[in-house]
Unconditional design. Structure first.
Length: 238
């Protein structure tokens, strides 16, 4: 049953995404802030597919921990699932992502228009400078910035080092960091075709205020994110 549900979902997902990638081309001719509202509605259209085809739902805790205006959102990255929810959770966000994703026809064009922050991961010094330059512009607009502190998808229970990019943002922008823990990888694993039914839990944790040293920040961020993500994984289904 899980395989059949996943097959139907992936088929509908690809068709729906391709269809609306073409039908929404008109948003390139309206102001960016209006375009983001349209795209957020589009992302919300995936939810009925997830819920009624896959049997996959989600719940969010800690919305009251989100500050108003610009901040840095350090989100655990376990699957494709959470990337579909970022606009719905955080509004007009700027996501730090691989530059190559911006080259994908249609999809990448929307990322440019929405004001994402592309990073060339092949040249570290250039990548850092370009990321900080883009982040400064976004912060001046009062928009949240989303970064995946481990730089890639990491399965639940797997430990990978945290990249220094999140600390560089923190030091340069002097903004609070909001850790976001989740357990989406239990249901929608990386590189897996089958998606399990269940209830993804997303927890927005209290902000880490600006002013900490780099080592203290990195240790605290990793501790709170890993501890809470492990707890969510252990308590899945409860």
């Amino acid at each position: 049953m899980t395989f059949l549900r996943s097959l139907v979902f992936h088929s509908v997902f690809v068709f729906w995404t391709a269809l609306w990638a073409v039908l929404l081309l008109w948003v390139f001719f309206i102001p960016r802030r209006w375009m983001v509202k349209v795209i957020t509605l589009f992302f919300s259209s995936y939810y009925p597919m997830e819920k009624y085809i896959l049997g996959l739902d989600y719940e969010v805790q800690g919305r009251e921990n989100l500050p108003q205006g610009a901040c840095i959102i350090a989100c655990k990255h376990q699957s494709a699932y959470e990337t579909l929810k970022l606009h719905m959770l955080f509004g007009d966000v700027a996501i730090i992502l691989k530059r190559e994703l911006m080259w994908i026809p249609f999809w990448g064009w929307y990322q440019w228009k929405a004001g994402m922050i592309p990073v060339n991961r092949g040249a570290k010094s250039v990548a850092m400078l370009s990321m900080l330059h883009g982040a400064k512009k976004v912060a001046a607009q009062g928009r949240p910035i989303v970064i995946f502190p481990q730089g890639t998808r990491v399965a639940p229970g797997t430990k990978r080092p945290y990249k220094v990019g999140v600390a560089a943002l923190y030091e340069t922008l002097n903004l609070p960091i909001v850790p976001v823990a989740l357990n989406a990888g239990l249901y929608w694993p990386r590189h897996a075709f089958c998606i399990r039914p269940g209830r993804v839990k997303i927890n927005i944790l209290p902000p880490i205020p600006p002013g900490l040293g780099r080592e203290e920040l990195m240790a605290k961020l990793e501790s709170v994110l890993e501890t809470e993500s492990d707890r969510l994984a252990e308590n899945a289904g409860k």
